[in-house]
Design a protein around this ligand. Structure first.
Ligand code: UD1
Length: 356
């Protein structure tokens, strides 16, 4: 059996790593890794391959940035040639990025089976580009590998036949468990003692100047109570610079370049709490037992709220301030680890793929 894995951007890399590792010792399975190049900066891509022990891609499509249509189309054009050349039995796609939907569409049209890792997540917010990617990818997939019971329910509601759906657990957490002991703090200039970790890059938070300005004002207030460490995504950096280069200018908000995986894990693990709009950090903080305040109105990962350490604060900054005060008063949310977030999801994926 020949599996062709497709990855493109930072949040894919921690998902593919345990799956490739789990299949590696099977002499009956051939694996090909394709990197679309949606993320191309060394600190958004290369460092993850090294730290996560992912083999060098067999094929690099080098598509780069562009509008959604342009980027998605470019991936499709280049990926079609790759599929025709390699003739895999399965195309494995991960998460919800443009590379995921582009590869799924190409494979499905060529009659090649598609397996979607992290299927069935829904924010029910179609203004989010990732939500459109999730919906389309799941309709095209032959095998839908889910992280949580709600995901199975979402797929059932959309008419996806139950025999295609398998609740395998969360491969991202396989990676957390595999590497947490190797997590290393980056150098954070001026940090001494407790801190909060911030990441933010969703278009809904950073692309509208009024929203971004309001969020930054609240963060400045919070930074007077506890220093904020802020590894900054390139999208956010350019949006903030367009506002006013000095808007973040306070010694208590420590801005870093994007950090590697091991550094991100250490920053989360040692943080008093995390503020984010990332999907991945909502899950990682639940696995690590660190309170997470999510600056979004919705989440496609509700189990992190119902069972984990996550609280949705939306973009209501008074709500954010109130939740921060609760945590600083010693009343942060304690959660439990969701079912099958146990470090063995990739092994269950091997089990499913070798028996379907
Ligand atoms: C993408 C994914 C998102 C994921 C995020 C993680 C989609 C629709 N979005 O969003 O799901 O959470 O990655 O990072 O697929 N840029 C660089 N260097 C790079 C890549 C991008 O400077 O290596 C710049 C681009 O030029 C652009 C901005 O960063 O200005 C945004 O990049 P883009 O890939 O369009 O979307 P993300 O916001 O990163």
């Amino acid at each position: 059996m020949h599996l062709l894995h497709v990855v493109g951007a930072r949040p894919n890399f921690m998902k593919v790593a345990p799956v490739i590792r789990a299949f590696r010792d099977r002499s009956d399975i051939e694996q090909t890794l394709v990197h679309t190049g949606q993320h191309y900066d060394p600190n958004l891509s290369d460092i993850f391959f090294e730290q996560l022990e992912i083999p060098r891609p067999d094929v690099s499509l080098e598509v780069g940035s562009g509008s959604h249509a342009k980027q998605t189309a470019e991936i499709m054009i280049r990926f079609e040639e790759t599929v025709l050349e390699h003739k895999p039995d399965w195309v494995m796609v991960y998460g919800d990025i443009n590379s995921t939907v582009a590869a799924a569409l190409v494979a499905a049209k060529l009659g090649i089976k598609v397996a979607h890792v992290e299927a069935g997540l829904r924010s029910f917010d179609r203004e989010m580009p990732e939500e459109l990617n999730r919906l389309v990818t799941d309709q095209l997939s032959d095998l839908l590998l889910t992280t949580s019971p709600e995901a199975e329910q979402n797929l059932a509601n959309e008419g996806v036949p139950g025999e295609k759906v398998h609740f395998v657990g969360n491969v991202m957490i396989d990676t957390v468990r595999y590497l947490v002991d190797k997590a290393t703090m980056p150098r954070v200039p001026g940090l001494d003692g407790e801190y909060s970790l911030l990441t933010m890059h969703r278009p809904s938070n950073v692309d509208v100047p009024e929203t971004l300005t309001r969020i930054i004002a609240a963060l400045k207030d919070i930074s007077q109570q506890i220093p904020i460490v802020f590894p900054i995504h390139p999208r956010t950096k350019s949006r903030i610079e367009a506002l006013d280069a000095n808007v973040l200018d306070t010694p208590n908000i420590i801005v870093l370049e994007p950090v590697g995986y091991l550094e991100s894990l250490a920053l989360q693990k040692h943080a008093k709490f995390v503020m984010t709009d990332s999907g991945g950090l909502q899950e990682e903080t639940t696995a690590l037992g660190v309170p997470c305040l999510t600056i979004r109105e919705n989440t496609e990962r509700p189990i992190t709220v119902t069972e984990g350490t996550n609280t949705l604060v939306g973009t209501d900054m008074d709500h954010l301030r109130a939740e921060v005060n609760k945590i600083l008063a010693g009343d942060g949310k304690a959660g439990r680890i969701p079912e099958k977030w146990d470090g063995h999801a990739a092994e269950r994926i091997v089990g499913v793929l070798t028996t379907v």
